[in-house]
Design a protein around this ligand. Sequence first.
Ligand code: FES
Ligand code: FE2
Length: 466
Amino acid sequence: MTDDLEPGAARCPGPSTADILRADSAPPPEVLLRESPVYLGSDDLPYTEYTSPDFARLEHDHVWSQTWQWACREEHIPEPGDYEVYDVGDRSALVMRGEDGVIRAFYNACLHRGTQLKPAGSSGFGNQVTCPFHGWTWSTNGTLTDVPCEWDFPHVDKATANLPEIRVELWGGFVFVNWSDDAPDLEDYLGELPEHFANWNLAEKFVELHVRKRLPANWKAAQEAFLEAYHVKETHPQSIPTAGDANAQYDVFGDHVSRFVHTAATPSPHVPEDERLDDDGIIELLMARKNPDGAVPAREHGETARDVYARWTRDTLGERYGIDVSDLSTSEAIDSIEYFLFPNAFFFPGLQFPMVYRFRPDGHDVDHSIFDLVILRPVPDSGRRPEPATPYDLDVDDSYTTVPGIQQSLGAVYDQDTSNLAAQTRGFRASAKQGQTLGNYQEIRTRHLHDTINRYITAVQEGQAT
Ligand code: FES
Ligand SMILES: [Fe+2]
């Protein structure tokens, strides 16, 4: 397995993602043609970074404590008094819109004897925040308004006993929290991300579907199942006739952002040339999946399968959601374009692939995680924003296909994506070899994730040493 190229420079033979995008009749925006590959070494990645409670503790103390994480959407808390609770490990943020309209996040713990003010993972509405134990009460802005038997607490100054706050910043309709006062502002933290999303307004989308599933894997292993398309051939074999998998593009933009662009309606390089479907065959197969009872759109004026699929997607989803997307490029309409934001968030700007993911440890259990799968759809041009979907909970063995309203073929793909996790978790411990061997290019985002985690841990430890 050698070649004459520098490590990390080899690419799948045949057309690249950029070649495919440049041939589209509706050309891509410049950001999709930007390439930012990196090579970060080829050493094995130790399994202890997944299995060790000590490593998880370091992540808890130095990563989850320092990084910006989306807690909810603004649309989840549109009115004063609306709240959502975001938990990660021991940390819990009570995110609330105050009577002044400002969104704040409070440490979710009472100033009297510590009781959590709202249950983990809960959401709701209240005119005030009352502790369920003895009834200390704060306004929605976080000011202490009532202490039962106040005569017994002359040592408590109501004027200063506000609920302590966690930093909050907004981007793309998401409410981000950060427990550290020393972390950079969200804008600095996001790096190039806002520039890339300048024309993909995530704020003007609504939550159509929200699945919350417990997964049998460390939070990193769980999200790494979504950081590469290398697994498509073996895990999603039904996609091979119509997926540019081995020639997907991988980019790293600074410390916190990485991306893949994985093309649709194009054959996988794994399919031998003489077995590849032609453009009409690709369209027929995609339509059999997406629109089995509908007419197959005709190919016009030498259009490629990508162009036809993009036209059908713009027409169908534009009509369904009441939006004009006639100027959307082929790639934005149909490809799986996936941005990752360290440590745990994924944003897909595409029309056919409009997902958002979030992965968190399940408490301090290193072998389980919580996966939020959100489908964001465009708010109609009329401006009437539908209510965000209520989260639907799935346990480890529950199929995504049981979620009301989920597209069955999509649910089946997520079942495939998570079907390997329990075996991988067991394999980490059963292995003679003590680390995983990553592809230099296709799995670079996984290595980048670990490098960044280790940078956070090392930076803090060095900082403490000096
Ligand atoms: S613990 Fe909250 S009021 Fe007593
Ligand atoms: Fe997958």
